[in-house]
Design a binder for this molecule. Structure first.
Ligand code: FES
Length: 291
């Protein structure tokens, strides 16, 4: 039977030892690392089910940066992270501002209460199990539809992307299991075609037109400003999942150059100074919805 595996990342030997003892006694397999770099290497090699990571190790925000690296890695981003923090807890909202990695599912205060830690791990594992079961059923249905058809792997991946809007890591695992194809082969196909997305697209799609008219009227400056404000690169989503940024060629309304669109809304004759206000509207709406 599969024993759920927990990776502990902390530079405090006492914490590692005590927490490992607690979790082992509950039947978990435990792996340990003493800093973010070593922790990420173990994420890659050990594929833990949950990561428990200290906020401050070699430097103040190493735990957040480690969670972000896990999130940005296509093969690891579904693994939930529990951030534990003693110092700087009151600064966490500021440290997270626009920047909370989606992979951070809980924040617990040190010294940890054993029951709270166990309850949180159990809840995250239950959420993952439920998510995995639903996803496995969806993937099996799509695999059956294309089974035996030449080029079926690509067709299945197309279907999965259509369904989820990207190809989740867990879906790749399921295809590998059901089709008995190595995971490496699936990622070979996924990374060969630009079409496939390995991360969940942002809630709002920003398209910056780089067609000739827009380019000449200042689109590169608009793009730089958006990237600066959102701290995001082209073809990527912001870490909070709110925006996805892409560059397109001529949106067909050159008279309005420079043009950006956000979802279905066209913003024409945009000035660099207006970018902050335009984005702020969407952020505000999102805060109202999630408040
Ligand atoms: S070049 Fe941007 S809309 Fe045509």
């Amino acid at each position: 039977m599969h024993r759920a595996k927990v990776l502990l990342i902390d530079d405090d030997d006492d914490f590692l030892e005590a927490t490992a003892l607690l979790l082992s006694a509950q039947g978990y397999a435990v792996v340990q690392a003493k800093n973010g770099q070593e922790g990420f290497a173990k994420v890659k090699h050990e594929s833990p089910d949950v990561v428990v990571c200290d906020l401050m190790m070699t430097y103040k925000t190493e735990g957040i940066d480690t969670a972000r690296v896990i999130e940005e890695d296509a093969g690891s981003r579904g693994i939930p992270v529990i951030l534990v923090s003693g110092a700087y807890r009151e600064e966490l909202p500021a440290l997270f501002k626009q920047n909370k990695p989606r992979t951070v599912k809980a924040v617990l205060e040190k010294p940890l209460h054993p029951e709270e830690l166990l309850r949180t791990i159990e809840q995250l594992l239950a959420d993952r199990r439920q998510h995995t079961e639903t996803l496995a059923r969806d993937v099996e249905r799509m695999v059956e539809k294309w089974r035996g058809v030449p080029g079926s792997l690509v067709m299945i991946l197309h279907e999965i992307q259509k369904h989820f809007r990207y190809v989740p890591r867990q879906a790749a695992f399921e295809i590998s299991r059901v089709l008995d194809v190595p995971l490496a082969r699936i990622y070979e196909v996924l990374t060969f075609y630009n079409y496939f997305k390995l991360e969940a697209p942002g809630k709002h799609q920003i398209s910056v037109c780089m067609g000739t008219a827009c380019y000449l009227k200042g689109a590169p400056q608009l793009l730089s400003e958006i990237k600066r404000i959102l701290n995001v690169e082209e073809e990527h989503s912001t870490t909070d999942g709110l925006f996805h940024l892409q560059v397109v060629r001529c949106l067909g309304c050159c008279g309005l150059a420079p043009v950006i669109t956000i979802d279905d809304t066209v913003h024409g004759k945009v000035q660099v100074e207006q970018i902050h206000g335009i984005l702020a509207e969407y952020m505000k709406k999102n805060e109202e919805v999630t408040a």
